[in-house]
Design a protein around this ligand. Sequence first.
Ligand SMILES: C[S@@+](CC[C@H](N)C(=O)[O-])C[C@H]1O[C@@H](n2cnc3c(N)ncnc32)[C@H](O)[C@@H]1O
Length: 272
Amino acid sequence: MTAAPSAAKVISEEYGSAIVGVYDDIYGELDEASAEITALREWVLRAGGRGAVVELGVGTARVLGPLARSLAGEPGLRFVGIDGSAALLAQAAERYPDVPFDLHESDFSGAGLDAIVPSGSAALVFCVCASFSMLPDPAAQVAALRNIAAMLAPDGVAVIETHSPAFVLEVIGSAPTSMFIPYARHETGLACFSSVEDGIWRMRQTWMDGDRTTSVLERSVLTAPSDLQALAADAGLSVTGLTGGLAGGEFVSPSSPLYAVTLRRDAAAGTS
Ligand SMILES: C[S@@+](CC[C@H](N)C(=O)[O-])C[C@H]1O[C@@H](n2cnc3c(N)ncnc32)[C@H](O)[C@@H]1O
């Protein structure tokens, strides 16, 4: 008998199936020389430039693809992307045919990830663009953080980037509201319907491209930096840095929409 998929896996599957046709239109491409890729590359090199580089919630590999290209000269690295959406993973493989990454369909808060990333083997584990907040509750978030702690090598680093609750609550507001983000190409843009209830940011996003529309629902469990720090401590991880996102810069509350934390494994973690 096959076990029923976890709530976290179902969320990812539904999101991926709804957005796959327009994901790359909405999120675009990251350049190998961008601040985001440069920051991640530095973490890998500082951790010794060997072992696994793992993205949890890799999507269409918008981040892992250029990162792997930028580190192509480092022979001791293995690039691993984990995502719950088979549709998005198929698009990642198609988008970066030159990148020899291992892509796995799995819930990153689930059990058994040591079969994909052996314990203590990762130089860098990252979970960015708010994939972490798609986990349905704090229990799933701690489970994901425990998976991260198990994967990390002693010198390894983890990076989590997610929505800042202060920005959502104080700048956008918790009451139902509508926004429109125009894109550069004529007749394209994103309509967003936002509301917050019980600490969950609900965003209905409708991508418009001429007469074609695609609608996607995203739920973000709002998690403040201090909450993330407490959950991480439960999982044997310590926060070592806080910035206003993967590209760096100061985190300023409430004006920074995102924040990023770096985490390291506590000395005792992984030894029991
Ligand atoms: C907003 S997208 C970000 C994708 C990619 N990191 C990027 O920056 O373009 C969130 C991704 O997380 C994945 N995801 C969410 N929850 C997941 C889970 N529990 N296990 C695996 N993947 C998950 C979704 O399928 C989706 O690909």
